[in-house]
Design a protein around this ligand. Structure first.
Ligand SMILES: [Zn+2]
Length: 113
């Protein structure tokens, strides 16, 4: 399960970025591109495993938003969404110029006032 280190990383980053406010985090939203092969349910399971070690995180709501894969077509000079790993634009041009889908990032953090 590669999700446990991912979740641990997310909270390490939060601790580094918000050292004074870390205790007041109530909600964290993470965006994961489909190419990361991250499954929200496995992230939740990993988070629950992490909470067993670090019970002070138990009140945090962790949400994972999956981002579709988007590539760029040079023929149309436009982005297109890649469905079922078919890296072909509607015009028929194949493209592997990924513009979205590989990212894994913290997109939102909410704090208790
Ligand atoms: Zn095209």
């Amino acid at each position: 399960m590669h999700e446990v280190p991912i979740v641990r990383d997310i909270f390490n980053t939060l601790q580094e970025n918000h050292p004074e406010k870390f205790d007041r985090i109530t909600k964290v939203q993470v965006e994961a591109g489909l190419l990361c092969n991250v499954q929200p349910i496995l992230i939740q399971n990993a988070f629950e495993a992490l909470i067993r070690d670090e019970p002070q995180l138990a009140h945090i709501d962790l949400e994972v938003v999956l981002l579709p894969i988007v590539a760029h077509c040079d023929t149309c000079d436009q982005h297109f969404t890649v469905i079922r790993h078919r890296f072909v634009c509607a015009c028929g041009t194949p493209s592997r110029k990924i513009v979205q889908g590989e990212e894994l990032r913290i997109s939102k953090v909410e704090f208790l006032n």
